[in-house]
Write a protein that binds this ligand. Sequence first.
Ligand SMILES: C[S@@+](CC[C@H](N)C(=O)[O-])C[C@H]1O[C@@H](n2cnc3c(N)ncnc32)[C@H](O)[C@@H]1O
Length: 218
Amino acid sequence: MHINQAVEAPYFPRVVEAVREKLVFLIGFFRNPTAMGSIFPSSEALTNKLVKPIKLSNTPTGRRYLEVGAGTGAVTESMVKKLSRSDRLDVVEIDPTLCSLLRKKFRNYSNVRIIEASVMDLKEIPYDGIVSSLPFNQFDAKFVQQVFDKYRKMMKESSFLTYYEYKYPRFLDKIFLERNRRLEEIYQLKKAVGDLLKEEKESVWFNFPPANVRYLTK
Ligand SMILES: C[S@@+](CC[C@H](N)C(=O)[O-])C[C@H]1O[C@@H](n2cnc3c(N)ncnc32)[C@H](O)[C@@H]1O
């Protein structure tokens, strides 16, 4: 049984909280557009796809998962619903304001740990699965390479890595030639990672903007 099918709050407070979170996300974007990479949190259609590889644990010690770039916790919410009693989830988020929100939001989940840090400062312990929401297309290629190297070190033979990217970034960025060149480097890099690990791709249209989810395994 997944333990975290939490008791839902009544409808009205839930709506108010959802609106407040969207505002916090938007303010986060204005504080640091590169790190946030989006003005809206991910839709449920997208978060459900991202957590698809999480399976019911059949071991007493459980599985250990990592979420990177939690924002206001849209993906975390979908992840906790799929955790088994003995599973653990480490959530790393760089923005202190968002970390406060996450700590409050997931305070009742004893198997969830919020880590206020950059992914690059994490200890390289092995995880059974990594779900990454980092906006890779916003970063420079060198950093993206370092993050993928780090993810690979934290993956075991049976681990998975999922991440997403918005569709048609080349089209959106056509007007900025310099940016396009940087994006090309990132695509080559992602392709190289996709060649190294086994990769599958799924589209999510019910998200703003629509996105591709990438599933990688060793
Ligand atoms: C596109 S948002 C995703 C938020 C959320 N997971 C969602 O899907 O709605 C990216 C998040 O990654 C965080 N982030 C950016 N760089 C980071 C880093 N180096 N380490 C950890 N988190 C980072 C940002 O603060 C932001 O909350």
